[in-house]
Design a protein around this ligand. Structure first.
Ligand code: ATP
Ligand code: MG
Length: 199
């Protein structure tokens, strides 16, 4: 064996020992709170990926989409056919479309009541709260009581929150936080939202 191969194998052997030890130490089970934020594309679609994973394990999934009002998206069309999925589109459109703060607050409260029911029901193993961050940053919902509802959920339930500009309080409460950076977006080249990619 050449020197370079031998050195590589030695290094991999050491690396494997470290990785195996770390895996053995990570032995806790816990319902997680994940926050997917940032200005780049991929927050909601990452949450939808976790829905697919959960369904593959036979888990029941609840989804509440805030802000968004369209019910013709590929994700809803596909996932809501599954009997293990409870999908709610509760928004009435973007704040700059509705231009009605009182109505937005009322819509947010109705949506949150659906989310609360899911958070109190341990049969939901994954709850996706899509675009929730906006309801907190616009103060349509009270941040403390939303966090209390999320923190008060059943031990084995996972929650995924998506949306730009997640608050510090939400990030602190979370177990996993990812911030997706906007490096480039096709939209800025004049390309409209594409089926299968954006909706
Ligand atoms: P996706 O649903 O594709 O994962 P997202 O949840 O990360 O996107 P949102 O802020 O919810 O992003 O925006 C929803 C829509 O806006 C999607 O069609 C997405 O492609 C588009 N979008 C996301 N990021 C950007 C961006 N930086 N500039 C312009 N449009 C964007
Ligand atoms: Mg999104």
């Amino acid at each position: 064996m050449t020197d370079i191969n031998e050195r590589h194998n030695k290094r991999m052997e050491k690396k494997k020992a470290v990785i195996d030890k770390n895996i053995a130490q990570a032995d806790k089970e816990k319902g997680l709170l994940l926050v997917l934020t940032g200005n780049g594309k991929g927050k909601s679609s990452s949450a939808f990926g976790m829905i697919a994973r959960s369904l593959g394990h036979g888990m029941k999934v609840g989804v509440v989409q805030f802000i968004k009002s369209r019910t013709d998206t590929g994700e809803e069309g596909y996932f809501s056919r599954d009997p293990n999925v409870d999908w709610h589109v509760t928004g009435e459109g973007f704040t700059w479309d509705t231009q009605n703060r009182e109505q937005d607050i009322e819509t947010s409260e109705k949506g949150w009541a659906i989310a609360q029911n899911m958070l109190q029901d341990p049969s939901y193993k994954l709850v996706v709260l899509d675009e929730l961050t906006y309801l907190l940053s616009y103060k349509y919902l009270d941040s403390d009581s939303v966090l209390a509802d999320i923190n008060g959920r059943h031990d084995n339930q996972h929650v995924v929150v998506t949306g730009r500009a997640a608050s510090d309080a939400l990030k602190e409460a979370a177990d996993t936080v990812s911030e997706i950076a906007d490096i480039k977006h096709a939209y800025r080249e004049g390309i409209k939202a594409q089926k299968g990619i954006d909706l």
